[in-house]
Design a protein around this ligand. Structure first.
Ligand code: CA
Length: 225
């Protein structure tokens, strides 16, 4: 899941980025309203965290522009109590939710997860496929009862595949939703991570779970169909 943070306060940005990356989200940052609006209108983010007080454009303006463009990306707005923009203004501009600064990280993460509206299969803390068990609360993975240690990227990749279990995800989808914009689209980093993940996941199980679908992408499923 890839998140765009639009915020000019560097400290908040780097705190949010590292905290969300730890939760296995891919994170991009825009430090002003203009850049934030551009990225949100042109790239395919799963969620946007948008501060209201920004250089060049306000969060409200960005929000309106993104919605005018027909983008349905969930938007979580940040604001401070003293601002003239009211909750009603924020929601009217197209925000899905808002948080008043200062907020706790736990609350932010809870709202992010709620906005991402995970499919029912992922609502619980535990996702099981064959004998693979994935705990979404703390991102631990085991197969046949044996714990598997994944890198953060492998973990993000697995979470993304599981979210689409039974369906093919293309290289482009992975690039867009798991990696951030620093990734060189022509590098073999996705292939390398898939094979690393596959090696770890399939080492302890009797069935292969991660399948390559030639010319289309990858999918996680008990059987290759
Ligand atoms: Ca700000």
């Amino acid at each position: 899941m890839r998140i765009l943070i639009v915020e000019d306060e560097k400290q908040i940005c780097s705190f949010l980025k590292s905290s969300l990356e730890e939760k296995c989200f891919g994170v991009d940052i825009a430090e002003d309203g203009e850049r934030g609006s551009f990225l949100a209108r042109t790239a395919n983010y799963d969620l946007m965290i948008l501060d209201n007080v920004l250089p060049k454009k306000t969060g409200l303006e960005v929000c309106r522009e993104v919605r005018d463009k027909g983008r349905t990306v969930p938007i979580l707005m940040l604001s401070v109590k003293s601002e003239t923009a009211t909750k009603v203004d924020l929601l009217n501009a197209g925000a899905d939710d808002y948080l008043i600064k200062p907020f706790s990280l736990d609350e932010l993460v809870a709202r992010v997860n709620a906005l991402l509206r995970r499919p029912a299969a992922l609502e619980g803390d535990v996702i099981e496929i064959d004998d693979l068990v994935f705990h979404s609360a703390n991102y631990t993975v085991s197969r046949s009862g044996q714990e598997i240690y994944l890198t953060r990227k492998e973990c993000m990749l697995l979470a993304y595949l599981l979210r689409h279990r039974g369906f093919v995800v293309s290289r482009g989808m992975i690039l867009e939703h798991v990696w951030n914009m620093d990734t060189d689209p022509f590098s073999n980093t996705i292939e390398a991570h898939i094979s690393g993940l596959r090696r770890k996941i399939d080492a302890h199980g009797s069935k292969r779970l991660i399948h390559t679908v030639p010319g289309r992408g990858y999918k996680i499923d008990v059987l290759m169909r």
